[in-house]
Design a protein around this ligand. Structure first.
Ligand SMILES: C[S@@+](CC[C@H](N)C(=O)[O-])C[C@H]1O[C@@H](n2cnc3c(N)ncnc32)[C@H](O)[C@@H]1O
Length: 199
């Protein structure tokens, strides 16, 4: 590892015992999670936008959900969707361990089935489901986010991501920026993250 790379790796934020335990659990069980750097970024984005209504697509064991939930103010609410019933249960348990059960709700189900029945407005949405589901979910995110609301999309460098990225770039409903950068501790490295504001 180069000196520069080690330096940047050393800048990744630390984790409290709860998140560190979930990172360990995810690593052992092969569950992809955003990790400490993007987790910190999610918390900051919720805080900075003062989002009161947050939607997450793809909870897994609730790692990113906890990060988002920690950014919420006292009146804030979060809904996360997770299709796997066992993971949805684990995410709910972990949110309770984080003291966030009152503000953050897990709904078990397929995004394609749940999203049409949801009503906005949401202030921030985080998209992290199966990559084939990104493009169909984009229209729903556009419908559910308020004007000025923020969409955060993980893993925008996935294989086959071109259609999704092009749609986000070309649709006048979005002002987007791709952060295609080296993200220490993120998976896989040299992956991308997109931010897009609803026009
Ligand atoms: C990358 S993981 C989410 C990781 C989580 N956001 C984190 O960083 O801690 C993707 C999760 O989305 C769920 N998922 C995938 N496709 C889905 C869909 N179409 N609807 C709902 N959940 C989905 C998977 O079961 C998996 O747990």
């Amino acid at each position: 590892m180069s000196e520069l790379e080690s330096y940047f790796r050393g800048l990744a934020p630390g984790s409290d015992p709860l998140l560190a335990g979930l990172q360990q659990e995810a690593a052992v069980q092969g569950i992809p999670i955003v990790g400490p750097l993007v987790g910190r970024l999610l918390q900051m984005l919720v805080q900075a936008t003062q989002a009161r209504a947050v939607l997450e697509l793809g909870a897994a064991i609730g790692y990113s959900t906890i990060c988002l939930g920690r950014g919420l103010g006292p009146a804030g609410r979060l809904l996360t969707l997770e299709r796997d019933p066992v993971l949805a249960q684990r995410a709910g348990d972990n949110l309770a361990r984080a003291g966030l059960a009152g503000s953050c709700q897990v709904r078990q189900g397929q995004a394609a089935e749940v999203l049409p029945g949801l009503e906005g407005p949401y202030d921030l949405a985080f998209l992290d489901i199966d990559k084939a589901g990104y493009l169909p979910a984009l229209g729903h995110c556009g419908r559910l986010l308020r004007p000025g609301g923020l969409l955060v999309v993980d893993n925008t460098s996935f294989s086959g991501s071109q259609d999704f990225n092009q749609a986000l770039r070309e649709d006048p409903a979005w002002l987007e920026a791709q952060l295609l950068c080296f993200l220490p501790g993120h998976s896989p490295e040299r992956d991308g993250l997109a931010l897009a504001v609803r026009a």
